[in-house]
Design a protein around this ligand. Structure first.
Ligand code: AMP
Length: 119
C-alpha cells in the first residue's frame, strides 16, 4: 500500500495534519517530533507507506540509503553541533518490543546539548 488513510504520518505527509516540516523531496518527508526527547528531534520518513523497518526489501536499499546520508546534513542544519564534540543519535523503533508506536517507518534523529529528556 502506498498510502494508508488511517496512518497519522501519511496524513502529515499530505498536510491533512499540521507538522513542523523541515525537509521534503519526491520520496522523503522530514518533520520535528511533537514530543521531543532531545533539544533537536526530527524524523525522516518515506512518503510511501511502509509499516516498519521489518517490511523493507532489497528494493528499498536506495531509499534507506538516502535517509541515512541526508541525516548528517539535516542534523547540522537543524541545530546539532558538528562531530565529534556534537553529533546525533539515529533510532528506528520497530514493532511492539522495539517500542514502535506509529506504524509508518520513521527514522528518529536526535541531538543537541545534554541532558536529554530520555536516552
Ligand atoms: P515511535 O515510538 O518510534 O513509533 O515514535 C513515534 C513518534 O512520533 C513519537 O516520538 C511521537 O512523539 C511522534 N509523533 C506522534 N504524532 C506526531 C505528530 N502529529 N507530529 C509529530 N510527531 C508525532
Amino acid at each position: 500500500m502506498s498510502h494508508d488513510p488511517n496512518c497519522v504520518f501519511c496524513k502529515i505527509i499530505e498536510g491533512r495534519i499540521p507538522s513542523r516540516k523541515m525537509y521534503e523531496d519526491e520520496d522523503l518527508f522530514g518533520f520535528h517530533d511533537i514530543a521531543p526527547w532531545a533539544p533537536v528531534h526530527f524524523m525522516l520518513v518515506p512518503k510511501r507507506h511502509i509499516a516498519s523497518m521489518a517490511q523493507l526489501t532489497p528494493d528499498d536499499a536506495a531509499l534507506m540509503g538516502r535517509i541515512m546520508t541526508l541525516a548528517p546534513q539535516l542534523a547540522l542544519d537543524n541545530g546539532c553541533s558538528p562531530y565529534p564534540e556534537g553529533g546525533f543519535r539515529v533510532v528506528v523503533n520497530t514493532g511492539a518490543q522495539g517500542g514502535q508506536e506509529v506504524h509508518h517507518l520513521h527514522v528518529h534523529v536526535m541531538g543537541g546539548p545534554r541532558p536529554w529528556l530520555k536516552g
